[in-house]
Design a protein around this ligand. Structure first.
Ligand SMILES: [Zn+2]
Ligand SMILES: [Zn+2]
Length: 326
């Protein structure tokens, strides 16, 4: 009995101490927040992004070569002084602009590729071989990697629906659709075949192979990355990312209520970053004013559909830090 009574008094005393401590803490200055890893997103033009916490670097569709190419769907010229760089043909073998790529990409742990068009995949073998990053993409994408002898243990082939845990982050692969180019006439069921060997012509790196989007859960954030101007609404219904990289090119206007349906399906994300809106056949130094002017209608669509959503027009290579107090 005595032992039990002493124990009760001790517990009572402990409880009082805890209450007193809590009361004292409530009036004192709050302790400094624990240092968290800040996630930043950096736009590299076209549909290319770097997502980093300073330790793990995830690249989306990293394409920095920005070559000029004869393409029916290429954006119209901005009317600036003629670009002195060569205009390539689809039957040419074109090396990546290694100087530009290497100036901006020093580390990558994962590369997520949305589809196998040259403005998404052309620089990926070079980056994968240089950084030893793991490349996640369709069978078509991985066949391009194999052609350049990217080691098999760096390749993860997906088709959409996978939800993979990588420890520091996880990736849900979302089945998606390509932009409705050529006034909805664009359609391709082609994919890159197995057994190719580099060098490849541009045409040999340009079979879509299906289009994916990626939901990346990284620290306290959920970042949904698209690489084209379309989506499958039912695949997004249960997602609620706080950051969405939204394809914002003019072909979105072919789609019924593109921005409104998207933002409602995603439960009105806090931050939208437009992607694939610039004129990616021009070098980094060229003015993108025409593309930025054209983008304003997209920003208005976001504001109309989701007034509380913040839209940031990204500048090349300027990191956008995400709030870490969510
Ligand atoms: Zn494409
Ligand atoms: Zn593209």
């Amino acid at each position: 009995m005595k032992m039990a009574l002493q124990r009760s008094i001790w517990i009572l005393g402990l409880a009082f101490t805890l209450v007193a401590t809590a009361a004292a803490q409530s009036t004192a200055a709050p302790p400094p927040p624990a240092k968290k890893s800040q996630v930043t997103l950096t736009y590299m033009g076209t549909a290319a992004w770097e997502i980093s916490d300073g330790k793990t670097v995830i690249l989306i569709d990293p394409y920095l070569s920005r070559i000029q190419i004869r393409a029916p769907s290429a954006p119209a010229s901005s009317g600036q002084a003629a670009d002195p760089r060569p205009v390539h043909d689809w039957n040419e073998v074109v090396e990546p602009d290694a100087a530009t790529v290497d100036a901006h990409i020093h580390q990558a742990n994962f590369i997520l590729v949305t589809h196998t068009h040259i403005d998404h995949v052309m620089d990926v073998p070079h980056i994968a071989l240089k950084t030893h990053a793991t490349v996640i993409g369709t069978e078509s994408t991985e066949n391009v990697m194999r052609a350049f002898s990217v080691p098999e243990d760096q390749l993860i082939t997906v088709r959409g629906g996978e939800d993979y845990d990588f420890g520091d982050f996880s990736v849900k692969v979302i089945p998606s659709l390509h932009s409705p180019l050529d006034h909805k006439r664009y359609f391709s069921s082609e994919k890159e075949p197995a057994g190719m060997k580099a060098p490849l012509t541009l045409r040999q790196m340009d079979s879509e192979g299906g289009t994916l989007a990626y939901l990346i859960r990284f620290h306290e954030h959920q970042i949904l990355a698209f690489g084209a101007n379309n989506y499958i609404e039912r695949e997004l219904d249960k997602l609620s990312p706080d950051v969405v990289l939204v394809g914002a090119g003019p072909s979105r206007r072919e789609i019924y209520d593109y921005t409104g349906r998207l933002l409602r399906a995603l439960d009105f994300p806090a931050l939208v970053l437009p992607t694939h809106w610039d004129n990616y056949t021009e070098p980094y130094g060229a003015s993108q004013q025409l593309a930025i002017d054209t983008l304003q209608s997209f920003i208005q669509e976001v504001k109309a559909a989701s007034p509380k959503t913040n839209v940031i027009v990204p500048k090349y290579f300027e990191p956008i830090p995400l709030d870490d107090d969510k």
